[in-house]
Design a protein around this ligand. Structure first.
Ligand code: FCB
Length: 434
């Protein structure tokens, strides 16, 4: 495989999110989030798995940070559980919850690791869902208050703060498809939710900037390249529509103050005067999460995606070229701030055998995606860092603990962590690079 060469100041990291790793769901005053509610409903998640315990990171954060440091990374991306710091999402704050994130940030800093904070990784306090959740415009103001409090609390010590992780997933998977919390199946609601997420992002940036928060501020979007299966009009229209719904739906409001149009896109949200001005706050950085491409086939029968490089355990095609194509496309279309790849990773059929996990498909996945990233950088795209998803195996939402994305294997019987081959490979790469 090709040799990888990255600039010496390029940041290397690993990523996680609160509900997927923390556990301690009802401890020290944490309130329930929509994922607690959803995962406890029969039939919603794989074998009824919940994040009640997860990786028990709330109790093990100290040694987990030692583990992160042992990988040689210089950056760690994690999220705040909103209902841990403000149990209902409005009203009283929970000092014990806030203190946990202080301890985590301080420990990271003591190990020379830059903390990158995500404010919202899908776990809305249930107290706000009870008032209408992201379907209610009022939630955008609650989010701005929450961002302001966290920004003032951590903003002098962290390397970045992003408002939302993958608003498409919250809106579409949570409110249209219903496979994620809160489990609604209403396309019009989903589009209104997407608008409120964007609006809350803009309000949060305004609030944090007004408070003088020093950390760079941004948002994390999940994006894919889109390939039309054939040159038929139907497939090309489908590709245009899917790119607009997935990528442009979030980029256009932020960078161009409008929603995109495309053949067959017909549902739009209610937008109040000035909303686009609020949403389009200047960003200090943009986070991109990339896993696979979208294959647009309206043909009958549909033309299947070629998967010469294989699929992962989620069934997602490995398509590194899509990362480079996507980055070059958005760099042409928008006036972008510096970019971080805030997630990229591989779910594997991993087994702990004799103290080792041989996960060469994950190594190949990361290697080829880093090569694609390098191509995009050579083409002039300003990329400052890469975060592998995930630090360790964790609660993969509705797939429960059945899908393993980690560089580090977790044995859920005893919470033992074991570095997979990919973790050693990633460490070597980073150390050689330096
Ligand atoms: C992303 C999510 C992350 C994880 C990975 C596999 O969409 O941000 O929490 O589930 O997918």
């Amino acid at each position: 495989m090709s040799e990888l060469k990255f600039p010496p100041n390029f940041s290397w990291g690993v990523a996680t999110s609160a509900y997927q790793i923390e556990g301690a769901a009802a401890e020290d005053g944490r309130g329930p989030s929509i994922w607690d509610t959803f995962s406890h409903q029969p039939g919603k998640t794989f074998e009824g798995h919940t994040g009640d315990v997860a990786c028990d990171h709330y109790h093990r954060y100290d040694t987990d940070v030692d583990l992160i440091a042992s990988l040689g990374v210089d950056a760690y991306r994690f999220s705040i559980s909103w209902s841990r710091v403000q149990p209902k999402g409005h009203g009283a704050w929970n000092e014990k919850g806030l203190a946990f994130y202080d301890r985590l940030v301080d420990k990271l800093l003591s190990k020379g690791i830059k903390p990158h904070v995500t404010l919202y990784h899908w776990d809305l306090p249930q107290g706000l869902q009870d008032l209408g959740g992201w379907g209610s415009r009022d939630t955008t103001d609650c989010f701005a208050d929450y961002a302001d409090v966290m920004g003032r609390r951590l903003g002098d010590r962290v390397a970045s703060i992003c408002t939302h992780n993958e608003p498409w997933c919250t809106a579409h998977l949570g409110h249209h498809v219903g496979q994620f919390a809160p489990g609604n199946k209403d396309p019009q609601l989903a589009i209104q939710v997407a608008h409120h997420l964007l609006l809350s992002h803009g309000k949060a940036l305004q609030a944090m900037r007004a408070s003088g928060v020093k950390a760079p501020l941004g948002i994390v979007l999940n994006q894919s390249s889109v390939t039309a299966a054939t040159q038929s009009q139907a497939d090309r229209d489908s590709a245009e529509r899917q790119y607009a719904a997935f990528v442009r739906w979030y980029m256009d409001p932020i960078f161009l103050k409008r929603y995109p149009t495309a053949p067959g896109l017909s549902i739009y949200p209610t937008v109040s005067e000035n909303d686009f001005n609020t949403i389009a706050q200047p960003l200090d950085f943009l986070g991109i999460n990339y896993y696979t491409r979208i294959w647009a086939s309206e043909s009958s029968p549909p033309v299947p995606a070629p998967n010469a490089m294989g699929v992962n355990d989620m069934g997602w095609e490995t398509y590194p070229q899509g990362l480079s194509d996507l980055l070059r496309q958005i760099d042409r279309d928008y006036d972008l701030p510096p970019i971080y790849i805030t997630e990229n990773g591989f779910a594997g059929d991993d087994h702990l055998v004799g103290g080792k996990v041989a996960d060469s498909p994950r190594i190949a996945y990361v290697h080829t995606h880093l090569a694609a990233l390098q191509q995009a950088m050579e083409a002039g795209v300003d990329i400052r860092g890469y975060f592998y998803w995930s630090l360790f195996d964790n609660y993969e939402w509705n797939s429960g603990y059945a899908k393993r994305f980690g560089l580090v294997h977790v044995d859920y019987e005893n919470q033992q962590r074991t570095l997979k081959d990919s973790a050693h490979w990633y460490s070597d790469l980073i150390r050689k690079g330096r």
